[in-house]
Design a protein around this ligand. Structure first.
Ligand code: SF4
Length: 346
């Protein structure tokens, strides 16, 4: 039996029932793909349902204001995904209809090769291969392909191989693409693939060579960077101080309490000697430490966060670009998950 036939047969017995698979609406497929870019399926499902309930059509998303969109995305991380979705929804509405060719879909903000292929395959039935991390893993193992997947030569080689393997029957291509991704997610999983029960085991190159753990090959590992954050939760009679994060760093567009960054874990004395504290936070407040060295892991970054609460029982002038938010209004602001945890735990 051909590779694609085996995969399709496996899918008929083992495929996942996912809410976005019930729809051929390109908008919903697109939202699901963007959510799943950096989010596990189990977590992504709830967010997907909430997001399409809040914005059921591309027009509804285009009309929404940015704070509303960020609020729905709160907790998912990688907020540039939400901003790009929002901007691209406006692109779609401006052009009058959802694009339906690979090139045009690819031109939407935040849509890369993978997402464009997924939308074109699942919504429009175009005969294109959808190659995600699962597919790289399955193909590299099955064909024992040692070309590093994070190089342009590797990407080209895998894209060509994936295209060659597509079923000849165009009506089956979308199912096959879903099937191969599920196969990687459930059968040929990263650390402990289920080779004993795999229908491809007899012809699998990596298994034959007893080198399953060597695939897929990567040219280098990305270095993890550490950052040290100190949040100062300033509470005055007017409310809690918040400001909106600017461009060029993580969590753009979300709100946060005043944040200082250091290249090490600082003492309270070092925090109090910081120019922001000396210039904006008058004496007379009561400092309490509410979190120390809380670890928060993002892709390629480890954040270590301290958090102090600084209470004033008299009004304090707000620094530029800050607002004072009464306690009951706080849920209206989208905060990074780390900060939400720090504030709600304490
Ligand atoms: S035999 Fe193992 S490594 Fe090969 S495709 Fe099957 S699960 Fe993956």
């Amino acid at each position: 039996m051909q590779f694609s036939e085996v995969i399709l047969q496996w899918y008929a017995e083992n495929g996942r029932a996912l809410p976005w698979r019930e729809s051929a609406d390109p908008y919903k497929i697109w939202v699901s793909e963007i959510i799943l870019q950096q989010t596990r399926v189990a977590q992504g499902m709830d967010y997907y349902r909430r997001f399409v309930r809040a914005f059921p059509t591309v027009e509804a998303l285009a009309e929404a204001d940015e704070d509303e969109v960020m609020h729905q995305w709160q907790g998912l991380g990688y907020y540039s995904r939400a901003r790009n979705l929002h901007a691209a929804a406006r692109q779609v509405v401006a052009r009058g209809a959802f694009p339906d060719t690979l090139d045009e879909v690819r031109r939407l903000k935040g849509v890369g090769d993978y997402t464009a292929a997924a939308i074109c395959s699942f919504a429009f039935g175009l005969p294109v291969a959808v190659v995600d991390g699962n597919v790289y893993r399955v193909l590299s193992r099955y064909f024992a392909l040692a070309t590093p997947i994070d190089t342009s030569a590797g990407k080209k080689a895998f894209a060509e191989l994936a295209a060659e393997l597509l079923p000849k029957d165009a009506d089956r291509v979308a199912d096959y693409n879903q099937a191969l991704m599920d196969f990687g997610a459930l059968q040929c999983v990263p650390a402990t693939p289920h080779c004993e029960t795999c229908p491809l085991a007899d012809s699998c190159g990596a298994r034959g060579e007893q080198r399953v753990a060597d695939f897929p090959v990567k040219s280098h590992r990305t270095q993890v960077k550490e950052r040290h954050f100190v949040y100062i939760d300033v509470v005055t009679p007017e409310g809690r101080w918040l400001h909106r994060r600017g461009a060029g760093d993580i969590w753009q567009g979300l709100y946060e309490v005043p944040l200082l960054e250091f290249d090490h874990a600082p003492s309270l004395q070092e925090v109090q000697a910081h120019p922001f504290v000396r210039q904006q936070l008058p004496e007379g407040g009561v400092w309490t430490q509410v979190a120390r060295q809380r670890k928060h892991v993002l892709t390629h970054r480890v954040l270590w966060a301290d958090c102090y609460r600084l209470r004033y029982d008299f009004p304090v002038a707000l620094p530029p670009n800050h607002i004072a938010v009464p306690r009951e209004d706080l849920p209206r602001y989208a905060l990074p998950r780390l900060l939400t945890l720090l504030l709600t735990d304490n």
